[in-house]
Design a protein around this ligand. Structure first.
Ligand code: RB5
Length: 146
């Protein structure tokens, strides 16, 4: 599984922690920034990573900003992206099992790096359940296609 990761200036510490986690898990990833000494615009990073996932170049994407909200809103504008804003372990598991989310967004002004690491670990290692959820995702896809 290939993962694309990025943050704005508000999410640098969690991004660093998640890179350590992915190293430990032996996952392949690419870091798309930011190289922030200064404040940057989260949509630039969200759309960049979302397009990499939507094109199939990467299997999953992870985004971090101050709240995770801006990143998730922007990523979900890209066709084929199901970006889940998650700040708890239950949702991390549920969004993989039920929504087959292909992107994860978190906010560093909301949670610390320790919880973010546990959330990412669950999200990266939980499979989609399929079944009745396929039909529901199909309805989202059908809407997106029109
Ligand atoms: C940046 O100040 C902040 O707005 C951003 O990191 C994020 O929280 C947006 O949703």
């Amino acid at each position: 599984m290939k993962i694309a990761i990025a943050s704005d200036h508000g999410g640098v510490n969690i991004r660093k922690e998640l890179k350590r986690l992915m190293d430990e898990l032996g996952l392949e990833y690419e870091d798309f920034g930011c190289e922030c000494g200064t404040s940057v615009d989260y949509p630039d990073y969200a759309i960049l990573v979302a397009e990499k996932v939507a094109s199939g170049e990467f299997d999953r994407g992870i985004l971090v900003c101050g709240t995770g909200i801006g990143m998730s809103i922007a990523a979900n504008k890209v066709k084929g992206i199901r970006c889940a804003l998650v700040h708890d372990l239950f949702s991390a598991k549920a969004t993989r099992e039920h929504n087959d989310s292909n992107m994860l967004a978190m906010g560093e002004r909301v949670i610390g790096p320790g919880l973010a690491r546990e959330i990412a670990k669950v999200w990266l290692t939980t499979d989609f359940e399929g079944g009745r959820h396929e039909n529901r995702l199909g309805k989202i896809k059908a809407y997106e296609e029109n």
